[in-house]
Design a protein around this ligand. Structure first.
Ligand SMILES: Nc1ncnc2c1ncn2[C@@H]1O[C@H](COP(=O)(O)OP(=O)(O)OP(=O)(O)O)[C@@H](O)[C@H]1O
Length: 971
């Protein structure tokens, strides 16, 4: 299966395949006997018979290259020769093959390096980096992309993390569009340095990333050598951008119309499909979280740069530069939203024409350079993992290769200085560190000479005496600095350095090849002649600070101008960023990929002996091989070694009580290490061959399965990390849910507010429990939150009912009668009879009501004398009682009367008249009353055994006993 282009397709499908691929542990095969080992030459230079011979080295490399075996090891370092053709070795099947397999079991491959770093990271929980180096066109960027793909496909992941992984992958096409260009050496040459951290959580899932970029080659924006192009994005925009976009930007599709795009005379390149790449970049933007506004601003800037390049100046009568045609300026101010750029005119007008062109280019370079930095920052925020749990990282360093051009400017100086630093790092971390360690540990060792390029690094970076310091002084000192004054200073201060030459210092023969404004450095990789440098105008900077284009404004902060401190020059900034990069790398475990460019013509199958020999030499591969060959592949502190492998020997398992060194001795004796396979140092064991270590590791794996245990320390660390991570994740989730819930608290119950509402309900109910009213008179009630208003109302009703029931149950029969009378009295008199309120607390006297009731009232219904009046208790469908009617019994009939209506009549009849004076009025209305008093069916529900009619009040002297059922049967 072939990998689809990373820019286009999500890798989820590959992951599903690889997810189930089991770890290969095949003890029966043994190391070095794997079925898949290739047998062309030697796959590890350490096995080369004449390991000191450069020719033998090249022969092996060539032999393998011709068989399309582009990878060969030197121990754990991978040498890669650019095939310049598609090989069938980057498929998902290949990835699966390498996943979880010990390093030397399979033919050398990038995947083995990537997998090894990953597995060590997971088991030892430490940070790693893979340094990919080599000259321009050697295949560094391709290698780093392939490693990234490998992790994307083989690492465990969740659906949620799919986005992170896609962003990691898709950051590449965007960065390449803005940071890569066609050069003579490479059609897709990275014109910036890149260090990318891939962050993994404790489960080994890729959860985020971070990119550091180094010094983009800004000069390319305004000038390209013959056969080279500007950055890809310009051509992609013109070729792929739709009509409307180009129209809005004021651009034409034809790149020949733009001065900044045609200096190399190769706007169209056979190997590059700008249209297609544009589509990938556009899609990538949406995945890595760019808003339409960001994109609009970004292309506004790209277009402005093109318009800037087309501005032409001519001389006015005073010899000052004036702009020939204002069209470009109009477009610039429109698409970059920066009318301030127009005010460059004022800045430029006192300049002569040459300086005006120079200033125009300086603006273009500065805008582009800073926009690139903005772009990287933006990508970083989309890759950022906000979870603060500890993560381990694997860093991929793909930095521009050593470069020698016909004219080498300040940028080449920086690129080559960077390569010196990385070479120095390699020396420090391998050759030097290794040999020092043997000495320290008392291991017998014959030192291997190697060229230490520290002397060149010092020449460039030393404080006060180095080239960068001298450049800083010249740039920042008062008075006008010129290229020549800078060169003079260099000659004065570093003139006697063995790796520095100028025309003045050179011997007769060399002199001819160095110009008066040049200086030459003898780098570890070869000689390079540099010409002097220019600087950037502060006034132009000020203009750009005021732009309305968000990106331009972000890129040119006015605060930078306020800085009273001595400003840092670009060279010093670069030096400092390299220093911190080295620091970052030094704290991690290294893996190395050394890329070799096989020929200058990008031709597949062509192995240029001379060119490759040169690279083998300056990459220090022979020295590395010699150290590897004489040295030891692996070393470990006794304690750690014993801790890991003690289960392999009965004497050390489960505990060894003596000194760790002795324990290790017993252990390796038991396993059967041969004397030539190891050495015991003061604090560490040194194992010469990887195969010995891997055999031990496999035996350990096997043993683990036998014992049914898991790797204790990894498991323990994993468990701790998991626990901590779980706790944090839980806390974060709760807080997040709470905030979300609070925001959505007024919405109907939904997943967003569910937890919050439950929590609020719980808290309210708990509080309510402690504040519940204690008796029927207590009317207080805890104020509910708005989401609980309805519930609270219901609860309050239930509570009151329960209190009332409780109260009623406690009422004596006598009091009950009193209350019943009071209720009826209330229905009749409340609000209508003076002194009623005062009478509430007074118990009724036997005679009182009798006196109060006007006898005429009792004759209201059909003129009959009322024998019995009582509220009817009726149960509705929900079981609630209603007491809105009265049962009225006369001598001949029973009536159910709506209380409200009869009250009305009673008002007229009794209360107002209170003695019968008005009663005539009322009686004249007898017909009305008749309508309201209708016979009703009997209530069917019973609440106390008696059919459901309760006499609350029996007017004294009328009916003294509840009537038997039969008495009502005619209702
Ligand atoms: N493994 C590979 N398989 C096939 N082709 C490759 C491989 N590696 C590199 N190439 C080819 O070589 C070209 C140059 O490679 P790459 O861009 O990776 O070089 P580089 O070392 O990063 O150069 P620079 O320093 O200029 O960025 C690629 O565009 C590709 O065509």
């Amino acid at each position: 299966m072939k990998l689809p282009s990373v820019g286009k397709v999500s890798v989820a499908a590959w992951i599903i395949i690889s997810w189930h691929y089991p770890c290969k542990v095949d003890l029966a095969l043994g190391y070095g006997e794997g079925l898949t080992r290739d047998r062309v030459g030697v796959q590890d230079f350490v096995l080369l018979d004449s390991h000191t011979s450069e020719t033998a080295f090249l022969n092996n490399l060539r032999k393998r290259y011709q068989e399309n075996l582009i990878y060969t090891y030197i121990g754990t370092l991978l040498v890669s020769v650019n095939p310049y053709k598609e090989l069938d070795i980057y498929t998902v099947t290949q990835m699966q093959l390498y996943r979880g397999v010990n390093f030397f079991e399979l033919p050398p491959h990038l995947y083995a390096i990537a997998d090894n770093a990953y597995r060590v990271m997971c088991s030892e929980y430490n940070n790693h980096f893979i340094l990919i180096s080599g000259e321009s066109g050697a295949g560094k960027t391709e290698a780093s992309k392939k490693i990234l793909q490998y992790y994307a496909v083989t690492c465990p992941t969740t659906e949620q993390l799919q986005i992170v992984r896609d962003r990691l992958l898709l950051s590449n096409p965007v960065l390449e569009a803005f940071g890569n260009a066609k050069t003579l050496r490479n059609d897709n040459s990275s014109r910036f340095g890149k260090y990318m951290d891939i962050q993994f959580d404790f489960k080994g899932e890729p959860v985020g990333g971070h990119i550091l970029s180094y010094l983009i080659e800004k000069s390319r924006v305004v000038h390209q050598n013959h056969g080279e192009r500007n950055f890809h994005i310009f051509y992609q925009l013109l070729e792929g951008g739709d009509k409307d976009l180009l129209c809005w930007l004021g651009l034409e599709r034809n790149p020949q119309k733009y001065a900044y795009l045609i200096q190399g005379r190769c706007a169209k390149v056979f190997s590059i499909n700008d249209k297609n790449d544009w589509k990938i970049v556009r899609k990538a933007f949406s995945i890595i979280d760019f808003t339409e506004k960001d994109i609009e601003h970004l292309f506004g800037i790209v277009a402005s740069v093109l318009h800037l390049g087309n501005i032409q100046f001519e001389e006015d009568s005073n010899g000052h530069a004036i702009i020939r045609d204002g069209t470009q300026i109009k477009w610039i101010s429109k698409v970059s939203r920066s009318s301030q750029i127009v005010s460059i005119l004022q800045v430029l007008s006192p300049l002569n024409v040459d300086l005006a062109f120079y200033a125009r280019d300086a603006v273009a370079k500065a805008i582009y350079g800073r926009t690139f930095t903005w772009l990287v920052n933006k990508i970083n925020s989309s890759l950022a993992n906000k979870d603060s749990t500890r993560k381990t990282v694997i860093g991929l360093l793909d930095i521009y290769g050593f470069e020698v051009l016909d004219t080498n400017s300040f940028e080449q100086f920086c690129i080559n200085y960077c390569n010196e630093k990385l070479q120095q790092l390699l020396i420090e971390m391998t050759l030097k560190a290794e040999q020092e360690e043997y000495e320290l540990e008392g291991i017998e060792w014959e030192p291997i000479p190697y060229f230490n390029n520290k002397i060149i690094c010092d020449l460039v970076e030393q404080k006060h005496k180095g080239i960068i310091s001298i450049l800083d002084e010249e740039c920042l000192r008062p008075g006008e600095a010129t290229d020549l004054s800078f060169l003079e200073k260099l000659e004065e201060k570093v003139g006697d350095h063995a790796h520095f030459v100028t025309r003045k210092l050179a011997d007769q023969k060399t002199r001819k090849s160095i110009d008066w404004v040049d200086f030459r450095l003898l780098h570890y990789a070869g000689e390079v002649t540099y010409c002097a440098v220019g600087s950037f105008s502060l006034t132009l900077f000020q203009v750009l600070c005021n732009s309305k284009n968000g990106i331009i404004r972000d890129c040119f902060l006015l605060s930078e101008l306020d800085n009273r401190r001595r400003p840092e020059t670009v060279a010093t900034q670069f030096k400092n960023s390299l220093m911190s990069l080295i620091e970052i790398l030094m704290s991690k475990e290294p893996s190395y990929v050394r890329c070799i460019k096989p020929n200058e013509n990008k031709e597949p199958g062509k192995f240029d002996d001379y060119l490759i020999r040169h690279q083998v030499k300056y990459l220090g591969l022979m020295e590395h091989l010699r150290v590897r060959r004489a040295g030891f592949a692996y070393r470990r502190k006794y304690e750690l070694f014993l801790q890991r492998y003690k289960s392999l020997c009965p004497a050390t398992w489960p505990h060894w009580h003596g000194p760790a060194a002795e324990g290790v001795e017993r252990l390796i004796k038991h396993i059967g290490y041969k004397p030539e396979e190891y050495k015991l140092g003061r604090t560490k064991i040194f194992i010469r061959f990887p195969k010995t270590l891997f055999a031990t590791e496999d035996a350990f794996e096997f043993r683990k399965h036998l014992l049914g245990m898991v790797p204790l320390e990894a498991c323990w660390r994993g468990a701790l990390a998991r626990k901590e991570a779980k706790k944090r994740t839980w806390a974060v989730q709760i807080i997040r849910k709470f905030i979300n819930g609070f925001i959505n608290r007024k919405k109907p119950l939904c997943p967003e507010n569910m937890e919050f509402v439950r929590l609020v309900q719980y808290n309210y109910l708990m509080k309510l429990r402690d504040h519940i009213p204690k008796n029927v008179l207590d009317k207080s009630w805890l104020q509910p939150p708005s989401i609980l208003e309805e519930t609270s109302e219901m609860l309050q009703k239930i509570c009151i009912r329960s209190l009332v029931r409780k109260y009623c149950r406690g009422v004596t029969a006598e009091r009950k009668v009193q209350l019943q009378q009071k209720v009826v009295a209330s229905a009749i008199f409340r609000g209508k009879k003076e002194g009623y309120l005062q009478s509430i607390n007074q118990p009724f006297m036997d005679t009182r009501l009798k006196n109060d009731v006007n006898p005429k009232v009792l004759q209201l219904i059909h003129g009959e004398k009322i024998k019995y009046v009582t509220p009817v208790i009726k149960y509705d469908r929900n079981g609630f009682k209603a007491r809105d009617r009265l049962l009225v019994l006369t001598q001949s009939s029973a009536y159910v009367v709506e209380m409200a209506k009869i009250k009305q009549k009673i008002d007229y009849a009794t209360l107002k008249g209170n003695g019968g004076s008005q009663c005539g009025t009322s009686l004249s209305n007898q017909k009305d009353l008749q309508d309201q008093v209708q016979p009703s069916s009997m209530p069917t529900k019973s609440c106390c055994g008696v059919p459901c009619l309760h006499a609350f009040w029996i007017p004294p002297g009328m009916v003294t006993q509840p009537l038997p059922w039969a008495a009502y049967s005619n209702i």
